[in-house]
Design a protein around this ligand. Structure first.
Ligand SMILES: [Zn+2]
Length: 161
């Protein structure tokens, strides 16, 4: 077995007419994010990290933004498909660590629910999923609340290097 690590980053602009979804959790009354799917920026960063750990390219390669199959799709479904891809390669998810960068909303109250959704989609224990939140201290586009960004690292045990 070989331990491999992947990194992921994503950012979406805010969209006032959509509901915010982060880690598969809806935040009622919060402006959502623009995107073809549910624009779950956190799950997208995690998906990219998982794909990256096995050098499988990025999310856009496997789930093209223009593909009608993914219009309005729950990004947790994409995560389930990535998990199936890893299964097919004999790889196991060891740990996922992610940070959401947003001025608002406060994520702490729903952090456990987000971790649980992601752990369920990846079929791992909740202790194998870490989600943190920070602000951009008012700096740049994210600091002005024009978008939400996320970064993630995934550790995977692969059957071969
Ligand atoms: Zn995205």
């Amino acid at each position: 077995m070989a331990t491999r690590v992947g990194i992921g980053y994503d950012i979406h602009p805010r969209a006032a007419d959509r509901t915010l979804v982060l880690g598969g959790v809806e935040f009622p009354g919060e402006a959502g994010l623009e995107g073809h799917s549910d624009a779950d920026v956190l799950v997208h960063a995690i998906g990219d990290a998982l794909l990256g750990s096995l050098a499988l390219g990025d999310l856009g390669r496997h789930f093209p933004p223009g593909d009608p199959r993914w219009k309005g799709a729950s990004s947790l479904d994409l995560l389930r498909l990535i998990r199936a891809m890893l299964d097919g390669m004999g790889a196991q998810v060891v740990h996922v660590d992610a940070t959401v960068i947003a001025e608002a909303p406060k994520l702490a109250p729903l952090r456990d629910a987000m971790c649980a959704n992601i752990a369920r989609a990846l079929r791992v224990g909740i202790s194998q999923v870490s989600i943190k939140a920070t602000t951009n201290e008012g700096l740049g586009a994210v600091g002005r609340g024009e978008g939400i960004a996320a970064m993630a690292v995934a550790t995977v045990e692969a059957s071969s290097s």
